[in-house]
Design a protein around this ligand. Structure first.
Ligand code: KDG
Ligand code: MG
Length: 402
């Protein structure tokens, strides 16, 4: 059996998605998500100019060998663009494998460890009162786990706060816009926000919060310690991902659980963090971290240290990635939680999905492979539109982490 064709489909139903479609001479094709928010065309070009010519003629069933071909075989390994492309290839090949064997992906990963996948929603508000209101709405929808983000008083743009009525979407058309940020005000505000949420909704709701890389190690330690009374399910990206040593300082001061890695792209980003017990949850998604082949190894390694999986699931990851994540979450024993930001309705014109939200959980049907399809005619109706994530400056103008 051979790969006879592969193509990259870039489409913008409300936001840009990059989808890799690999076709075989057995009449079966597979889909992979190659979306890298704000850098979509870099991945598309790498796939089209380098990876696809190398894939043609190869046996699609050899997922392990092909994974190594595009990882070990690439001298300039790792990096977000390279790994997004490899992830898409790997997901498409596992999709093909499932279709060839006539079984859903989760069966190839060990079968079901659970019937449904616990997910968390995003609550957002321009101030504490609005955020509280938003938490209540998510609970009414059936969620039992909620990430809470709110505008910080006297800070012009806080992470995770929706600009208008809809859900939070940081990417905006054109070149990056600039936001201003102030960590000291945030550090004073965040514990009060969570005190209010616990007072209003009690102890049972699972609460999460995303710092989005904005604290120094000592600030992160202070925040994690101050949030301890509110028993967060996790505190996400308290320090910027590349400063892994920073988490040692946080660990010395707090038992607030830590999740990290939505910007990581390799098992090697995690080996010290996991073996030194500096984190509690893995965030690296299938579509950026090397696909099923790489993440299965990472999940097994994490499980030995009682570290759980908590995949990134923002709307800038396509339905192909979300469906693959659900299969993975159903199967691995050390699953923790899945982020779930529903895609806007227009996305469903392009992607035909096979998962369903119910009572704070997601489930998936038994369609062989990943089970998501793409309507290429619909995709063509939504051409690529340049959009970028913001950059952030401190109030004095210094560029900082967004
Ligand atoms: O593209 C960037 C988003 O995916 C990111 O800002 C979302 O941090 C995020 C999250 O936890 O969902
Ligand atoms: Mg995040």
């Amino acid at each position: 059996m051979k790969i006879k064709n592969a193509k990259v489909i870039v489409s913008c139903p409300g936001r840009n998605f990059v989808t890799l479609k690999i076709e075989t001479d057995a009449g079966v094709y597979g889909l992979g998500d190659a979306t890298l928010n704000g850098r979509e065309l870099a991945v598309a070009s790498y796939l089209e100019n380098y990876c696809i010519p190398m894939l043609l003629g190869k046996d699609p069933r050899n997922t392990e060998d092909l994974w190594n071909y595009f990882y070990r075989g690439v001298y300039w390994k790792r990096g977000a663009v390279n790994m997004a492309a490899l992830s898409a290839i790997d997901l498409a090949l596992w999709d093909i494998k499932g279709k060839l064997l006539g079984t859903p992906l989760y069966n190839l990963l060990g079968g079901k460890s659970r019937e449904r996948v616990l997910v968390y929603a995003h609550a957002t508000g321009k101030d504490s009162a609005e955020a509280l209101d938003s938490v209540g709405k998510k609970l009414d929808l059936g969620f039992s786990a909620v990430r809470v983000q709110a505008g910080v008083p006297n800070v012009p743009a806080s992470y995770g706060v929706a600009r208008g009525e809809g859900p939070y979407e940081p990417a905006a058309p054109g070149l990056p816009h600039e936001e201003s940020w102030d960590t000291p005000r945030y550090l004073r505000f965040a514990p009060k926000l969570f005190q209010n949420v616990r007072d209003a909704y009690g102890d049972d709701v699972l609460l999460l919060h995303d710092v989005h890389h904005r604290c120094t190690p000592i600030e992160a330690a202070r925040l994690a310690k101050d949030l301890e009374p509110y028993r967060l399910f996790w505190l996400e990206d308290p320090v910027t991902g590349e400063l892994q040593e920073g988490l040692r300082l946080l660990r010395r001061h707090s038992v607030t659980p830590v999740a990290i890695g939505e910007v990581f792209n390799s098992v090697y980003d995690y080996t010290s963090l996991i073996s030194e017990q500096l984190i509690d949850f893995v965030r690296m998604p299938l579509s950026h971290g090397g696909g099923v082949t790489h993440l299965l190894k990472l999940a097994a390694f994490a499980g030995i240290y009682h570290v759980q999986m908590g995949f990134h699931g923002a709307t800038d990851l396509s339905p192909v990635n979300l469906a693959a994540s659900i299969h993975f979450d159903l199967a691995v024993s050390n699953f923790g939680i899945q982020e779930y930001m529903p895609h806007p309705e227009v996305v469903n014109e392009v992607f035909k999905v096979n998962y369903r939200f119910e009572r704070g959980t997601l489930s998936i049907d038994d369609t062989p492979g990943i089970g998501v399809d793409i309507d290429e005619e619909q995709a063509a109706r939504y051409p690529y539109q340049m959009a970028c994530l913001p950059v952030a400056r401190k109030l004095d103008g210094t560029l900082t982490y967004w």
